[in-house]
Write a protein that binds this ligand. Structure first.
Ligand code: PEP
Length: 248
């Protein structure tokens, strides 16, 4: 089955609102006719400006996190409704930096997923094993747990979300998974998805690879049948490298 492909930039805690506007304005003509959908997950404070600059262009703006509650006394947090109102159309949930640094567990991540979906934000759910877990041959166990728990309660016929496989050992290290390793994991993830969503529906869900994606390795990754795009950290901060990845 041919699936829509996506290249998603994850800016982490980089770029102010005005820097985001400049980036979007310069990138827009370069990606106007690109095949993959181009998404940028920007800092909360840049969403409104970036989304306004991206209007009528082939660039979709989203967020890197969301709270699981609708509203309430949660100082420093942000709701799905607030993100939508600011112009976000998607949200990254379960990034390994949030799992590790901010101690987010699978049930919290699952509640965020459901809250985002309820508010019509497209979810990009990240899963990935650490180097230790890979060395101990626990990759499949870890990934199936993260995926099943993260997607608990999502209706069987709901396929309007994205899964990103991001091996923790490949994020920001310069050591990407080989296309073969990534393909093997992606096809495993699709099997897990088919248990919840049926084979037909699982075939519709895009699975992106993330972890040290660069202009030099994007083509070989995209050649794999179960790799439907990339989640890009470091290389998404620079117009030239991000453009090369989008138009690989
Ligand atoms: C990320 O943080 O989602 C990521 C993939 O980072 P990098 O591309 O820098 O490895």
């Amino acid at each position: 089955m041919s699936r829509q492909s996506y290249i998603i930039g994850n800016w982490k805690m980089y770029k102010t609102g005005s820097e985001a506007v400049q980036f979007v304005t310069e990138l827009a003509p370069l990606v106007a006719s690109s095949n993959p959908h181009v998404y940028l997950a920007v800092p909360f404070s840049s969403i409104y400006q970036a989304a306004t600059a991206a209007e009528k262009h082939h660039i979709v703006i989203g967020a890197q996190n969301v709270h699981d509650e609708k509203e309430g006394a949660f100082t420093g947090e942000i709701s799905a409704l607030m993100l939508k109102d600011a112009g976000a159309e998607f949200v990254i949930i379960g990034h390994s930096e949030r799992r590790k640094i901010f101690k987010e567990d699978d049930s919290f991540i699952n509640r965020k997923v459901l809250q985002a979906m309820k508010n019509d934000l497209k979810v990009v759910l990240c899963v990935g094993e650490t180097l230790e877990e890979r060395k101990q041959h626990k990759t499949e166990e870890v990934l199936s747990k993260q995926l099943e728990k993260g997607l608990k309660g999502v209706p069987k016929d709901y396929t309007d979300f994205i899964v990103a496989y991001e091996p923790v050992w490949a994020i920001g290290t310069g050591i990407a998974a080989t296309p073969e390793i990534a393909q093997e994991v992606h096809s495993f993830l699709r099997v897990i998805l088919s248990e919840q969503f049926s084979k037909n529906n699982a075939a519709k869900i895009p699975i992106l690879y993330g972890g040290s994606v660069k202009p030099e390795n994007i083509s070989s990754l995209m050649e794999q049948s179960d790799i439907d795009g990339a989640l890009v950290g470091g290389a998404s901060l620079n117009i030239e490298s991000f453009n090369k990845i989008v138009n690989f």
